[in-house]
Design a binder for this molecule. Sequence first.
Ligand SMILES: Cc1cc2nc3c(=O)[nH]c(=O)nc-3n(C[C@H](O)[C@H](O)[C@H](O)COP(=O)(O)OP(=O)(O)OC[C@H]3O[C@@H](n4cnc5c(N)ncnc54)[C@H](O)[C@@H]3O)c2cc1C
Length: 408
Amino acid sequence: MPLETFVIVGASLAGAKAAETLRQEGFEGRVVLVGEEVERPYERPPLSKGFLLGNDSRESAHVHSAEWYEAHRVELRVGTAATSLDRAAHEAVLASGERLRYDRLLLATGASPRRLAVPGAKLQGIHYLRTLQDAAVLREALSPGGRRVVVAGAGWIGLETAAAARTYGNDVTVIEPDPCPLHRHVGPEIGGVFADLHRRHGVNLRFDQGVAGFWGAGQVSAVVTSGGAEIPADVVIVGIGARPNTDLADDAGLEVSDGVLVDASLRTSDPDIYAAGDVAAFYHPVLGRRVRVEHWANALDGGQVAARAMLGQDVVHSSLPYFFTDQYELSMEMSGLASPGDYDEIVYRGEVDSLEFIAFWLDAGRVVAAMNVNVWDVTDDLRRLIAGAVRPDPARLTDPKTPLAELA
Ligand SMILES: Cc1cc2nc3c(=O)[nH]c(=O)nc-3n(C[C@H](O)[C@H](O)[C@H](O)COP(=O)(O)OP(=O)(O)OC[C@H]3O[C@@H](n4cnc5c(N)ncnc54)[C@H](O)[C@@H]3O)c2cc1C
């Protein structure tokens, strides 16, 4: 039987991890990894943290060394977009016109920043952050310090870039339509912790208002808020969320609805096409609902699960959503999902004011999410608490002397 060809569209974390796993699992066929960006696969978390702050090198962000691809016979086609899928012929069509035949195909096309469509949106000095190149340009803009920086959006990227901008000594204002930072991700209680953190570091936070437009002659000079205020700005960073890159799937007639719809094995409505990472909306067997997760760990794990599923193994993508951030002196990890509506109470172990604590989001007594702030080596226990649908005694849960392992 001739060797099979597996094509991976999207050369970032999910795609690169899938290629790695195919080889680890002994796949001998052809592996082609197609990426629109010119850079070989890299991880994005440093782009708003260590790389933006000038502490991490460009090289350290890469998933594999340049030599790894040849050594593992992974044909890396960077700077090449796939423009369409011909499902009947089992071919991916590239921007060059080349047609790549596949036996199985993985969509790992990720997500792109949502753009503001307001007057002045095309002025110079307005930044979005998704790629290494975006981060390099933003670093140039922030690193001299002494600039007036306005951040639109108090989500993870908005807050991390605000922290970096302050660390460089800029004057920073964050504008957010919700009543607190991270409202949709963690709710108002922990959102308030992040608001206090940023205020202590001198960030000016303005909630309940969005961006109505920008002023400037060529270069942005002010942000106009929906409340009618004008905030002077030399640099603007827009972090208002991301949109899954579903165009290829859509055009090919795959099932799409805020992401490419896949089952728990990451298989799309076409049995020879899989999707993983930010672009995939998958049925989560532990959470019992369909989710699309824009987190590093989901791309890492999902790429591996998809590769195994493409090889015919009986696997499901069941790892819990996991996220981490670093802002000033606060570093944290979070497991599970904790949007308003997912929980009815939060309880704490440790000192919230001194930023050394674990927050537990409870729904009818069951732990649905947990965040460890400047407390380490607890993630496995926290994940067991969540995955096991445990209803711990709140007194023991909040008592630092009770080992978490006993509760889990
Ligand atoms: C600045 C920043 C900071 C972050 N920090 C954190 C963090 O601290 N913690 C955390 O958990 N997560 C973080 N994330 C999220 C995390 O980086 C993403 O979840 C992860 O990158 C998703 O990986 P992916 O491989 O699914 O998609 P992506 O990383 O989006 O990669 C998709 C790739 O596919 C390419 N592509 C798209 N369409 C095509 C096409 N038609 N043909 C060829 N190629 C195509 C794109 O150009 C891109 O290179 C951060 C993200 C950003 C942007």
